[in-house]
Ligand binder design. Structure first.
Ligand code: ADP
Ligand code: MG
Length: 345
């Protein structure tokens, strides 16, 4: 799974709880905090128990770790025996059986590829690797244009075929290499929230690598308040405070995972339509949706589409999107109509 530098949101959520502490009743139950590492990034959970809830922390911790390990073992390109790695090694024209869970995520990804006309594309893996953002090499060099062109013209979500029963995949081009980094973290957030629901936990925040899902409240009558990070590379600061309540949120940005060459920034988000890292003025996109998987993939799709086409896409599809756009030495903000209800009141 693609590495993403540590995340902000929880820090902000925790900081938020400090800022708002004086508003809480002193009889509130103490929140349970669970954290760890998965998919090359970190995760944080905050659970607010109700007075009658019986939570076995150790057991819950074990369940969450097992769930995340399971997903990582299926969907990582960093693990050689994952569904993805087995498929990525296979040559074109051969069906490869995969787990129904990986199938579910890939199918969701394909739908967002269709919706975004290929801006989101999980078959972009070889370009991600060529640009140095994959499992093996670190990003430093600009690849040869002929190689970029050759790969670009031989990838694409239409070159990937899915079979539902038994779940299997087939590639129509040798260059198809699946990378779920732009959707799997969101899916994992959804999966962890299911574990919590099975344990009758109602009030929680789950965050993996910056993708977040909240449910219920943070404390008595206090909704979950989450910060969107400012897209500056030098420090971590809050750009915007959101009332998330019960929802899922994901952010894609060009300000954490990138390299610079001759004064130009090359980000880990690749435009599958030309094979190059995105080159517009969009610094970050935050999407709020019902599922975190959807929010994650849509945020990446909008990041590729850029400020104008991306916002039009968000409006056309009633997507709640918030963009931070580079402007001179600072940033401008723009949001879709569906995003307005989440701004702090
Ligand atoms: P992050 O990993 O920072 O949360 P994203 O969700 O936007 O950010 O995922 C970016 C990752 O997805 C890249 O590192 C790469 O592995 C992969 N990727 C890059 N471009 C695309 C794209 N156009 N469609 C789908 N996945 C992509
Ligand atoms: Mg994403």
């Amino acid at each position: 799974m693609k590495r993403r530098l540590a995340v902000l949101f929880v820090l902000i959520a925790v900081a938020g709880s400090i800022f708002y502490l004086n508003k809480f009743s002193t009889t509130d139950n103490h929140p349970i905090l669970i954290s760890g590492n998965t998919m090359g990034t970190s995760y944080h959970l905050k659970i607010v128990p109700t007075p009658d809830s019986l939570i076995d922390r150790q057991q819950l911790n074990a369940q969450i770790t097992a769930r995340l390990d399971d997903i990582d073992h299926k969907m990582s390109t960093y693990k050689t025996d994952s569904d993805l790695s087995r498929f990525n090694r296979q040559s074109a024209g051969n069906w490869v059986n995969i787990s129904s869970e990986t199938y579910f995520v890939i199918q969701a990804g394909q739908k967002i590829s269709q919706l975004s006309d290929g801006a989101f594309d999980i078959t972009v893996g070889k370009l991600v690797n060529l640009w140095g953002f994959g499992p093996t090499i670190n990003a430093t060099l600009v690849p040869d244009p002929a190689t970029i062109q050759q790969l670009q013209s031989n990838i694409g979500y239409q070159k990937l075929e899915l079979q539902e029963q038994p779940p299997a995949l087939l590639k129509h081009s040798e260059q198809v290499y699946i990378d779920l980094s732009a959707i799997a973290k969101g899916y994992a957030v959804d999966a962890v929230t299911l574990v919590l629901e099975q344990n009758n936990i109602d009030n929680y925040m789950v965050e993996i690598g910056g993708e977040i899902r909240t449910h219920g409240h943070k404390n008595v009558n206090q909704p979950w308040i989450i910060g969107v990070e400012s897209p500056v590379t030098t420090e971590r600061a809050v750009q915007k405070v959101l009332h998330l309540g019960t929802a899922a949120m994901a952010t894609s940005g060009d300000y954490r995972n990138y390299f610079e060459h001759e004064g130009k920034r090359f980000s880990h988000t690749i435009d599958p339509r030309n094979g190059y890292p995105i080159g517009h003025k969009l610094a970050s996109v935050t999407v709020i949706a019902d599922s975190c998987m959807e929010a994650d993939a849509l945020a990446t799709a909008l990041m590729v589409l850029g400020p104008e086409r991306g916002m039009q896409f968000a409006e056309d599809n009633t997507i709640a999107a918030f963009m931070i756009i580079k402007q001179g030495n600072g940033f401008a903000e723009r949001q879709s109509h569906a995003f307005a209800p989440f701004f702090q009141r």
